[in-house]
Design a protein around this ligand. Structure first.
Ligand code: IDP
Ligand code: MG
Length: 149
């Protein structure tokens, strides 16, 4: 089954939306196989967003990701990468449609509450960056067989 990395970024913690956002992913049908609260170091934040290192907003983005606790999750399910990206919506909260997490809760481009891996390959790299193998739980919900492959 496919896995993806989700980060509830520090604005989710500051705005006390962590439970609400985890609930959205659970209600969709995704399974939590990893979950922890992390106060990201500058090094971890820089590595996570290294693809954006040349962008003008990069220094601000690193300050943001280190400005409070991040809740990191590994979610599993059928097409988990696409499922999470759909629930997140567009990067800019204003352009993200209502019904998506960013469309419902974000007005900012930078402070947009959630990160989700954008491909299966990147998910593998990002999961390894944020989690040790022993922090992940291999398990299946009783309704797993109801979801066609
Ligand atoms: P994504 O999170 O929707 O995949 P990316 O383009 O990968 O968006 O950008 C990573 C993160 O960088 C965004 O989630 C957002 O926090 C921040 N970001 C992206 N573009 C801008 C911008 O133009 N100004 C400020 N921050 C930005
Ligand atoms: Mg991205």
């Amino acid at each position: 089954m496919e896995r993806t990395l989700v980060l509830l970024k520090p604005d989710a913690s500051h705005r006390r939306l962590v439970g609400e956002l985890i609930g959205r992913f659970e209600r969709k049908g995704l399974t939590v196989v990893g979950l922890k609260q992390v106060l990201a170091s500058k090094e971890l934040a820089e590595k996570h967003y290294e693809a954006h290192a040349a962008r003008p907003f990069y220094p601000s983005l690193i300050s943001f990701l280190t400005s409070g606790p991040t809740v990191a999750l590994v979610l599993e399910g059928r097409e988990a990468v696409a499922a999470v990206r759909g629930l997140m919506g567009a990067t800019d909260g204003i352009k993200s449609p209502p019904g998506t997490i960013r469309g419902d809760y974000a007005i900012s481009i930078q402070n947009n509450l959630v990160h989700g891996s954008d491909s299966v390959d990147n998910a593998k790299v990002e999961i390894a960056l944020w989690f040790k193998a022993e922090e992940l739980t291999a398990w299946q919900t009783t309704d797993t067989a109801w979801v066609a492959g």
